[in-house]
Design a protein around this ligand. Structure first.
Ligand code: NDP
Length: 614
């Protein structure tokens, strides 16, 4: 694995030379800048095609076998929860345990699971270790089969949580909330749905996901292709045959194209390559693909775990990712490896009084060493040198989601698989017959869009597909027209008793379920406390919101890092100049761990600082 090299000379720490490193960091930076610059586009984040109007079928649910028929509900409830993914389930489970039982979980899909309900493409797997990713393992007693879970296990676990905490009777599936309207006199939200339901809720928690609406490439001819198409998050197994485990046998006589080589495509491509008559992979920017090294869970180890182990393991992971030293790296994988390298280095360099510029250079060098090792895998595994070269990524590890997969690179050695590299430009257009790149048409029977999701809170109403009308008729879509404005990432001025779960403006860590559970625990504790005290309304003051916004959007090291990255949704397709651009739209400067400590301290004080309470 990656170890920082050449930082110690004659027993002393020193900044290594290009000769010692085997590469020149200045040249490397030049190459990265060149590769970024040739991907920058004037249309930036507006380049994509959304799936409204006649493209709306890309958002349809292909997994529902039967429509649920039911009468509309009219209910007064304590909490309405929008979204039945892990966020919604965690707040429901935490409320259940706190004794607050009159809540509803309202979910558009046909079951719990959220991301893992929708993303059933072949090979779908979670990159974060199952022992920390799958929530409530302690409580449900479930032992994941592998260190990294495939989708069926994660989806089944969501259902297990639903049963364990008795959430099914309080779930409204196949139901979409259309409007939230604040009734100030009654101090309640009026929640209306496409099923004619009217819920009058004291609190509303929204956990509708950040990567929920598929997007398509904004290219000419998107409607012209006459073959079969679908988006990876709505996989059409009726057409491909097979399942998440693969065996897409109906593709054996088909010419299949896939656009995109992000974290999703990396996992699906090996299965397509196994069975498609011919597979064309259309690449704009390669992913960095490191080893997966999955392994079955050792049952003997499992029996040694003591109550509270999952929280401790999660804290250990999160600490490492924010540069806090730990005695033992419990997760010990590709995620922690990267952070450890820099962390160890900085520990060792502590006595050196390095300047900011030197520290920055060290960070770059560690990243380049890591990237070199990952790029070397392309040459080791892929036999055709041109293809191997095209599969190498030229951007720093956190510019895009790092990928881990053992089958992806070998797929390009198969005679039925062709990488069509577009040199950073993307495909030219679609025709009736297929895809055009550099004037060459690739005729296809089926085209799969692995082109990701709308990820921007600036178009919140569009993304959430609902309108939120707060105090004095203020619309959230308008209030957030220039970006998300929150207090603690959770609440907004003018929208009392409304809470948003997610990563934006909170304390970021790659393990989303860790964040969601911390937020769920926080909100469940707040709801319990306000009930006890008899508070009816909580709302952040404008001043508190502004102060918090200034804190989370102030420039920091990550801002600088992302601004220099290759375009992607992390940096608003290369447009990010400050911490208020891109998908994070601000985050707590001290990271995930400190953010949740801050929330715990806020609760412990009990003065509801920053909120008006009535
Ligand atoms: P992404 O947005 O990451 O990838 C979209 C892909 O489509 C990119 O390769 C992009 O290229 C390509 N693309 C877009 N437009 C064009 C075009 N005009 N021509 C050619 N290519 C184009 O979406 P994903 O679904 O892959 O992943 C989304 C997120 O989901 C990840 O970042 C991750 O957070 C999460 N995820 C997590 C997994 C896990 O294991 N936990 C697994 C899968 C996904 P370019 O890079 O140049 O923009």
């Amino acid at each position: 694995m990656n170890k920082p090299r050449a930082f110690v000379k004659d027993g002393k720490f020193h900044i290594p030379t290009a000769e010692e490193l085997g590469f020149d960091p200045v040249e490397m930076r030049r190459k990265y800048d060149f590769e970024r610059d040739r991907r920058l586009r004037p249309d930036g984040a507006t380049q994509y095609q959304d799936i409204d109007g006649d493209l709306h079928h890309y958002n349809d649910d292909p997994y529902i076998t039967e429509r649920i028929e039911r009468e509309p509900l009219q209910e007064s409830i304590e909490v309405a929860i929008l979204g039945g993914g892990f966020g919604g389930m965690l707040i429901a489970a935490r409320l259940e345990r706190a004794g607050i039982r009159d809540f509803r979980v309202i979910e558009r899909a046909g079951d719990f699971g959220g991301t893992w309900y929708w993303n059933r493409y072949p090979g779908a797997q979670c990159d974060v270790e199952s022992y920390i990713y799958l929530p409530l393992l302690d409580e449900t007693g479930y032992m994941p089969a592998f260190k990294y879970s495939l989708q069926p296990e994660i989806y089944a676990h969501a259902q297990r949580i639903g049963r364990h905490f008795d959430l099914y009777p309080r779930a409204c599936f196949q139901t979409q909330v259309r409007e939230l309207r604040w009734d100030d006199a009654a101090a309640r939200w009026i929640v209306t749905s496409d099923r004619g339901d009217v819920f009058r809720a004291r609190h509303v928690v929204i956990s509708s996901g950040s990567l929920n609406r598929p997007k398509l490439p904004g290219i000419p001819g998107i409607r012209d292709f006459k073959g079969h198409t679908f988006h990876t998050s709505r996989w059409d197994y009726a057409y491909t045959g097979g399942s998440v485990e693969g065996n897409l046998h109906k593709l054996a006589d088909k010419r299949v194209g896939i656009i995109g080589t992000g974290a999703t495509a990396i996992q699906a491509i090996p299965h397509l390559g196994n069975t498609a008559g011919h597979l064309y992979v259309f690449q704009r920017t390669p992913s960095s693909v490191d080893e997966r090294r999955n392994r079955p869970t050792d049952p003997a180890w499992w029996t040694t775990l003591q109550p509270g182990w999952q929280q401790a393991r999660n804290d250990n992971f999160t600490k490492l990712l924010v540069g806090v030293s730990v005695e033992e790296d419990l997760v010990n994988d590709g995620w922690t490896e990267l952070f450890k390298s820099l962390g160890e280095l900085l520990d060792n360099s502590g006595a050196m009084n390095l300047t900011e510029a030197e520290l920055k250079l060290l960070g770059e060098i560690v990243d380049y060493q890591h990237d070199n090792r990952v790029r070397a895998r392309c040459d080791e595994i892929v036999r055709d040198s041109k293809t191997a070269g095209a599969l190498k990524h030229w951007y720093r590890p956190w510019c895009k989601r790092p990928c881990f997969n053992d089958e992806y690179l070998p797929t390009f050695n198969k005679p039925n698989v062709t990488l069509v590299d577009t040199g950073g430009k993307g495909i030219d257009r679609l025709t009736e017959n297929g895809v055009v790149v550099d004037g060459v048409e690739y005729a296809l029977d089926c085209l799969i869009f692995a082109t990701g999701f709308e990820v921007s809170r600036a178009t919140y109403t569009h993304q959430a597909e609902l309108d939120i009308i707060g105090r004095d008729g203020r619309k959230l879509g308008e209030y957030w027209a220039n970006g998300m404005r929150t207090y603690h990432g959770l609440m907004s001025h003018g929208f009392p008793n409304l809470y948003h779960m997610g990563f934006t403006q909170t304390g970021y860590t790659p393990n989303f379920t860790y964040q969601l559970d911390k937020q769920a625990q926080h909100l469940a504790a707040v709801f319990t406390d306000v009930k006890k005290r008899g508070y009816a309304v909580l709302e952040p003051t404008l001043q508190a919101e502004e102060d918090y916004l200034n804190l989370v959007t102030a420039p920091n090291a990550m801002t600088d890092y992302l601004a220099n990255c290759t375009p992607g949704y992390y940096n608003a397709e290369g447009a990010a100049k400050g911490n208020n651009d891109g998908f994070l739209q601000g985050h707590y400067p001290e990271g995930g761990l400190k953010f949740y400590e801050m929330l715990a301290e806020w609760r412990a004080k009990g003065d509801y600082a920053g909120l008006t309470v009535r």
